[in-house]
Design a protein around this ligand. Structure first.
Ligand code: FE2
Length: 328
């Protein structure tokens, strides 16, 4: 239900501010034409219930009620408060942080992996420049994208493609699909995959490559519940596995993975200090594992908080995250 409440809140704020703006304009025109007016209590009420920005804009654009103290003091004050809350939410949802982990796989040559997860075609500057510049600073050997690059509810293949087009200029890019790509299946998604292939992005859905010192493998989200795509890996090499969802620990162990990179949980959307992430996509409240790195019988699992949002458009205390893994 949380996701539904968050969606309703955003749409509500948009609607009530638009409505307030229109009503202030209408009341001004009624005043000029000596028509029956909209009660002042109604106009003020709209400002108090979240429409203060629309009311403030209506007052100043239509030059209406600006001389009346019962409007000129509370409406701007409420609008400032609402703007502060909006800036706070934008900051929480667009300020990029980088988290670094270490994983010892016994490699002779250390590598740096940048993991990008759950982009959900979120916009991080023109051509995704803010995101790409942060990634470039890490000087990665490879970039892995662990699913949900595109979002089902506000799909933009163009924004997602901008990211891939820039990322391939930084390092080789490997990608697996998440549950959102599974939902989106169809002609447009196939075209998107073809465009990524043209860019040089390697899709590792249910396949793997021998990267020299290690195996880099992936599981497409559609296969997680019934996976039998490939047999055993070469035994003498460590396996880095990309899997969108963190809860398939037994499957990942059965494949002999040494390091698994996952996402999907979005850090639980809201992280409450001392308590943890609020909710998982599986509707579990305060899931035990919502971010970070854990070791399960020698297999390390990284859970990225990801970058974007889906139907729930709000992150709080849960900044969009670029994960960097130093593999030694
Ligand atoms: Fe996601």
């Amino acid at each position: 239900m949380f996701i539904i409440y968050a969606m309703i809140l955003v749409y509500y704020l948009f609607a009530v501010n638009t409505f307030a703006f229109i009503l202030y304009g209408l009341d001004k025109s009624y005043a000029r034409k000596n028509k029956r007016r909209i009660p002042e209590a109604t106009l003020l009420f709209l400002a108090w219930i979240g429409g203060s920005i629309g009311a403030f804009l209506g007052m100043h654009i239509f030059r209406h009620k600006t001389q009346k103290r019962k409007f000129s003091i509370p409406v701007p004050a409420l609008a400032v408060l609402e703007v502060i809350i909006c800036i706070f939410c934008l900051y929480q949802n667009y300020y990029l942080v980088t988290t670094e982990y270490q994983a010892d796989l016994g490699l002779e040559n250390d590598i740096t992996i940048v993991q990008v997860s759950d982009l959900h075609n979120q916009f991080f500057g023109p051509g995704q420049s803010f995101l790409l510049s942060e990634i470039e600073k890490q000087n990665p050997d490879i970039i892995v994208v662990t699913g949900d690059a595109v979002d089902l509810t506000h799909t933009s293949y163009g924004i997602a493609k901008d990211f891939f087009a820039g990322a391939v200029k930084i390092a080789p890019v490997y990608y697996i699909t998440g549950n959102h790509e599974v939902y989106l299946k169809g002609e447009k998604l196939d075209k998107f995959f073809a465009e990524l292939e043209d860019l040089g992005v390697v899709r590792l859905d249910d396949t793997y490559i021998d990267a020299g010192e290690f195996i880099l493998a992936g599981i497409g989200d559609a296969s997680l519940d019934d996976f039998d795509a490939y047999g055993a890996f070469p035994e003498d090499k460590p396996v880095i596995l990309l899997g969108h969802e963190p809860q398939y620990i037994e499957l990942y162990q059965s494949l002999g993975a040494d390091l698994v990179l996952t996402g999907h949980y979005h850090g639980g959307q809201i992280i409450i200090p001392g308590v943890g992430g609020l909710i998982s996509p599986e509707w579990e409240l305060f899931p035990d594992f919502y971010e970070g790195i854990r070791v399960y019988d020698g297999m390390s699992v990284v859970l990225s908080r990801g970058l974007g949002n889906s139907a729930a458009p709000v992150r709080i205390n849960n900044y969009p995250e670029i994960v960097v893994i130093k593999v030694t």
